[in-house]
Design a protein around this ligand. Sequence first.
Ligand SMILES: *Cc1c(COP(=O)(O)O)cnc(C)c1O
Length: 219
Amino acid sequence: MQLQDRLDEVRNRMGKAAAGAGRKPEAVTLVAVSKTFDADAIRPAIAAGQRVFGENRVQEAQGKWPTLRDETAGIELHLIGPLQSNKAAEAVALFDVIETVDREKIARAIAAEMTRQARAVRLYVQVNTGLEPQKAGIAPDDTVAFVSFCRDELGLTVEGLMCIPPADENPGPHFALLGKLAARCNLDKLSMGMSGDYDVAVGLGATSVRVGSAIFGTR
Ligand SMILES: *Cc1c(COP(=O)(O)O)cnc(C)c1O
């Protein structure tokens, strides 16, 4: 199968899942996760009309996206991997959306850089719904307070919540929990669902799904 066909299939399944949940297909954004793939592998997705992409490492993204952006207008780039505060300046300069805000130190660093660079980046708070020790994200119980901190102490606009459920668990309860937490924070954007479970996520209210291997192939 060509990339164009895989992309069409993902879009179709997203549309069906949305319809099945009584939602409009355009209510869900496809973030094509291009991590580990080089510019030549990404160009066919751009040629097929895809404009929203996700990368998990700042340095890797810096190596390919400035060129790809010069070639095509309207690219929207999401950081979906953990961010260290010493990379905050580069992340704020390069990305349109940072989905992995998960602790005070990084929130402060992002806020300071947005001011310094006079640049607004859209922000998601990452929630560690499975409380996995090796995984980034704020604990579910601390989410409401952390979102309030970002808003009230730092003056940041938080757009939504993001999660990566434990790989070996049924993702449904994690997606449902993220939705509940978002409602408690008065947020209506949910970044959840990957290649294996994006239709489940759309059924449970995802407003964006992050799909990599189903589009670009195995890494
Ligand atoms: C790699 C990655 C994805 C995409 O995973 P696939 O299973 O390839 O679709 C989604 N979200 C995050 C945070 C990732 O790191």
